[in-house]
Design a protein around this ligand. Structure first.
Ligand SMILES: Cc1cc2nc3c(=O)[nH]c(=O)nc-3n(C[C@H](O)[C@H](O)[C@H](O)COP(=O)(O)O)c2cc1C
Length: 373
């Protein structure tokens, strides 16, 4: 047990989750302004090992572990994110216009399941405000991804046309591409009612990519798609992405709601009253199944998978890598295990790679698919 899980977590878990989240953001924003704190954290949390070095859609990274979208939704902690031992970090989701998200309460914990129930509904200050902030603070010390989503205008807002949805994404791409190292187009938000289903049809993903291509993006773009192992859907998405060289890979979002296969340990009477999607341990297997289905369908060397969902340990990250993920993102694991988890995962990965005779994490990608003999 770490000091975080023994001492700090029990205290934090007594308080309202959104309040704790906001406090953590403020603490990180302040810490990010203090160079001695930044360098002390870096010294404590960084793991430098040649075997961990790889790339994210062509961007060199010192290790394959990144921060998943949703923790810093507006780029307030960018000064600190490069000093936490992460190989890369993703902020957002950010939409063209400001959104207040869903009504509170909208964030819950399920400690018995090592899970979070998230119903934020994409609150963020809007692309122009975030772009101004990013220009002001300067580059992040690790590659910074900005996750872009369609504006959630609330349940009572009038429906929008497909064209309006596409334009919403494009406005954000124009604003945010100049201050990002990579972009993720979030094409599936489990908690935004409007625009959610449009990208369940790969042809609509193609329509969006055609429009993004007109902006001639020069940075890698990843697509965050609905969790699916359906070969027809995956092949459709790949076919739409192939003509666009700027699309460098895929990741899977959380499934909406509480599908029965989650098999939650928490009694139904507790989670029933919590709207939203479940992250963390309960989704690990299902999202691994999606990676397992997608990897063999990808043309080699053309696309990467960012593995995300239920990573708490080096073994969890390594499993995703062996199934086909080139890099791995983490969110819920940091809430349950603290900042030190990234260091422990990277140290553990070095050992697992060595144990299996790999000199680089790249060599391990997809090796679970190689049939013996
Ligand atoms: C509180 C919370 C907020 C999130 N917000 C976003 C978001 O705004 N955009 C997004 O693409 N994913 C969002 N996610 C999903 C995460 O990026 C990640 O895909 C998911 O949580 C699975 O990883 P984990 O099990 O390590 O948490 C959110 C997740 C959580 C727990």
């Amino acid at each position: 047990m770490t000091a975080y899980s023994r001492l700090l977590r029990p205290l934090l878990f007594r308080c309202d989750p959104e309040r704790v989240h906001n406090l953590a953001l403020v603490a990180c924003r302040v810490a990010g302004r203090l160079p001695p704190v930044r360098s002390a954290l870096r010294r404590c949390l960084d793991v430098q090992d040649a075997s961990l070095r790889t790339d994210l859609g062509g961007l060199p990274i010192s290790n394959p572990i990144g921060l998943a979208a949703g923790w810093d939704k507006s780029g307030q902690t960018v000064r600190l994110l490069g000093h936490l031992g992460l190989g890369f970090a993703e902020i957002g989701s950010i939409s063209a216009d400001l959104s207040h998200g869903n009504p509170k309460p909208r964030l819950f914990r399920l400690p018995a399941d090592r899970a979070i129930v998230v119903y934020y509904g994409l609150p963020n200050p809007g692309a122009a405000a975030v772009a101004r902030r990013l220009h002001r603070v300067g580059r992040c010390a690790v590659p910074l991804g900005v996750n872009i989503v369609k504006t959630n205008r609330g349940a009572d807002a009038p429906g929008e046309t497909d064209e309006e949805t596409l334009e919403d994404y494009l406005r954000s791409v124009r604003e945010l591409a100049p201050c990002s190292d990579y972009l993720t187009l979030n094409l599936s938000c489990p908690n935004a009612k409007k625009g959610k289903d449009m990208f369940a049809d790969p042809l609509n993903i193609g329509r969006l990519l055609e429009r993004v291509a007109e902006l001639r993006p020069t940075l890698p773009v990843f697509l965050k798609i609905i969790p699916s192992a359906d070969p027809a859907f995956l092949d459709g998405v790949i076919a739409q992405a192939l003509p666009h060289g700027f699309v460098r890979g895929f990741l899977f979002n959380l499934p909406p709601g509480k599908p029965p296969w989650l098999q939650l340990q928490t009694p139904r009477s507790i989670w029933e009253s919590m709207p939203g999607a479940v992250s963390g341990h309960p989704v690990e297997e299902a999202l691994n199944t999606c990676i397992r289905a997608l990897y063999p369908r990808l043309p080699r060397g053309r696309f990467q998978i960012i593995g995300v969902g239920g990573v708490f340990s080096a073994e969890d990250a390594y499993r995703k890598i062996c199934l086909g993920a080139s890099t791995v993102q983490i969110y819920t694991g940091m809430v349950y295990e603290g900042l030190g988890v990234v260091r422990r995962i990277n140290q553990g990965l070095v050992e697992l790679l060595r144990r299996d005779g790999f000199t680089s994490v790249r060599e391990a990608v997809g090796t679970a698919h190689v049939s013996p003999g």
